[in-house]
Design a protein around this ligand. Structure first.
Ligand code: SAH
Length: 231
């Protein structure tokens, strides 16, 4: 494992969703870089030195280029390096950029898949993303920039939606009727987990005071969620 970087998907919540490969790498890596979306229960399994590479709202902000430099430098020192990503490294995690940086530097690397919040946060609560007769396609997009058009699919999962709910509502109403059900899922698998159900008309108020990270799910199958959750 030495002189090698492992881009590890740590899953969206606690350690129970780690793959066996991710667990093995966590136990063997000498240095573990992680961001704020990695659950403390996962970090507790790491045996090596923990290095937080913070993004906004989490201590020091580490520019992406510095993360690349760190990964390359540590691997060149001959260390076994794990770079932990919340969810899956390849879903809005900048894992793609890290793969390119490692390849360009000639550093051996391996990507270990993780359970992305875009799917796992729902299924861990028993909530379907597709449902016969209600949703036969879904798309995952970032809600970060609501000036951009939304993808065409029966169901949408929008990550990072909280600061843009008003503008997202306008965008969503171009695609869905106002009574279309939606769900906001916050901190799934973490302390403070919260689920709010409503419809497009309830935005942006439905998200008020909701903790992050959270995601937004829209589509006709969300109409089943109340019964499934028993709420
Ligand atoms: N690579 C990550 C996503 C990174 S973008 C993955 O595959 O899951 C960060 C966004 O992911 C957050 O803004 C939120 O929309 C979503 N997210 C991550 N963890 C979450 C959780 N435990 N509960 C709800 N949403 C979560």
């Amino acid at each position: 494992m030495r002189g090698r970087v492992f881009l590890v998907g740590a899953g969206f919540g606690g350690p129970e969703h780690l793959t066996l490969r991710a667990l093995r790498v966590l136990e063997e890596a000498e240095v573990v870089l992680h961001d704020r979306l990695v659950h403390p229960g996962v970090l507790a399994l790491a045996k090596g030195e923990l290095v937080p590479v913070g993004k906004e709202g989490y201590g020091r902000k580490t520019p992406q280029e510095e993360i690349h430099r760190l990964l390359v430098a540590l691997a060149r020192e001959g260390r076994a390096v794990a770079r932990l990503h919340g969810g899956d490294a390849m879903v809005f995690g900048r894992g793609g950029e890290e793969v390119l940086a490692l390849r360009r530097a000639g550093i051996p690397y391996e990507v270990i898949p993780g359970v992305t919040s875009a799917v796992g946060a729902l299924s861990s609560l028993g909530l379907p993303l597709t449902f016969r007769g209600l949703a036969r396609s879904f798309a995952v997009a970032t809600g970060h920039d609501p000036t951009l058009p939304l993808p065409q699919a029966d169901a949408l999962v929008l990550l990072m939606p909280l600061h843009a709910l008003e503008a997202l509502k306008t965008r969503l109403l171009e695609r869905f009727s106002p009574e279309t059900p939606l769900a906001l899922l916050a901190r799934v698998g973490w302390p403070g987990e919260e689920v709010r159900l409503g419809s497009l008309t309830d935005l942006p108020g439905l998200g008020e005071g909701l903790p992050s990270p959270a995601l937004l799910v829209v589509g006709r199958m969300v109409g089943l969620y109340r019964e499934i959750l028993g709420s």
